[in-house]
Design a protein around this ligand. Structure first.
Ligand code: SF4
Length: 335
């Protein structure tokens, strides 16, 4: 599958204090690393799921890809074009090909805009004037399974699922090649979550777009992603084909996330594995393996030495000195 997006060793930093304060306090490096050395590749028609707790850096990657915040190292090549270092002006056409679908796509916009205005706004933003907006409205509503009459509705007249469909229509308005969906099913009932996931999967299949799906919900990742990456404190701690990671997780943090996830099979009683304490601050990263303060499998060695990247299978990588055995999940199911 040809590559659509290739990210290598991406790094994003935020200032932790102003220049003057840093000078007065003699802080040499007044930055916090929010994304560290992240690499991934998405082919056309492929989906990458990014999972991890709040603050793990998932949305920061999305914002860096969209050029909404600067990145500080590595590269991001979209269809062969290097995005790092592009001016805001040069980024504008990229944003036409790479659309962002926000968590609350309608609630974040003006309640006075009709659905028609909301879904055709990308045409105005990008100066596309040669299209019939009535025809585009009908096309987009039909694409996401909403009746044409919804065009004149206002956001408060939509259910959660309908609002998400409007968000999908808006994101796809300009036929992007890549969509970044930030928590596409958050706040929805389980049955509506399924509808939205099916819609995204069907449209992706039909249109051949690449997707990055950012979510806390591992069932969403499993349903829709070909590849997944597990993030902790701005790093990928495990990455691989989704089914391989679900069936044979190697990193203890992945095990924690999977064991907190309801199994689709109601007869499967999975022994719960929990992380200790709270997620540490990015400003005070733990030594050695950064997960050691919470890891149920940590040993003394983990506190001192950071684990290198290891491979469990082709395209399945993790960073842990003492990875789970390949059959760990099966054994937990039997416990
Ligand atoms: Fe846990 Fe040690 Fe592996 Fe880190 S290296 S995830 S602390 S077992």
């Amino acid at each position: 599958m040809s590559t659509l997006l290739e990210v290598e060793h991406l790094k994003v930093r935020f200032r932790s204090m102003g220049a003057l304060r840093a000078l007065m306090r003699r802080v040499k490096d007044p930055y916090i690393d929010a994304v560290c050395d992240v690499s991934f590749r998405i082919g056309r028609g492929e989906t990458l799921g990014l999972v991890g707790e709040s603050g793990s850096g998932k949305s920061t990657i999305a914002r860096a890809l969209m050029g909404l915040i600067p990145s500080h190292g590595g590269s991001m090549r979209f269809d062969g074009t290097e995005l790092r270092g592009l001016s805001q002006r040069a980024y504008k056409p990229v944003r036409r090909d790479m659309a962002m679908m926000f968590q609350d796509p309608v609630g974040s916009l003006s309640p006075r805009l009709t659905v028609r205005s909301l879904i055709t706004e990308p045409f105005r933003i990008h100066g596309v004037r040669d299209r019939d907006m009535d025809a585009e409205t009908r096309r987009l509503l039909e694409m996401v399974g909403l009746p044409a009459g919804f065009a004149q509705r206002f956001p408060h007249q939509l259910s959660g699922g309908q609002a998400r469909r409007v968000g999908v229509a808006r994101a796809l308005a300009l036929d992007p090649r890549l969509v970044i969906a930030d928590e596409p099913t958050a706040g929805l009932d389980v049955s509506i979550q399924g509808e939205v996931m099916n819609l995204l999967a069907e449209l992706q299949d039909r249109l051949g777009i690449g997707m990055v799906v950012i979510t806390h919900n591992l069932n969403v990742v499993r349903h829709i992603s070909d590849q997944m990456a597990v993030m902790y404190l701005g790093r990928f701690v495990e990455q691989g084909p989704t089914e391989e990671v679900f069936h044979r997780p190697r990193h203890p943090y992945t095990e924690v996330l999977l064991s907190a996830n309801p199994e689709p099979d109601p007869d499967a009683k999975l022994h719960r594995v929990e992380a200790r304490g709270d997620i540490p601050s990015l400003a005070h990263r733990p030594t050695g393996c950064e997960f050691h303060t919470r890891c149920p499998r940590a040993r003394d060695y983990c506190r001192e030495v950071a684990p290198a990247l290891s491979s469990a299978a082709p395209d399945h990588t993790y960073t842990c000195h003492f990875p789970l055995e390949a059959d760990a999940k099966e054994r937990r199911l039997e416990a």
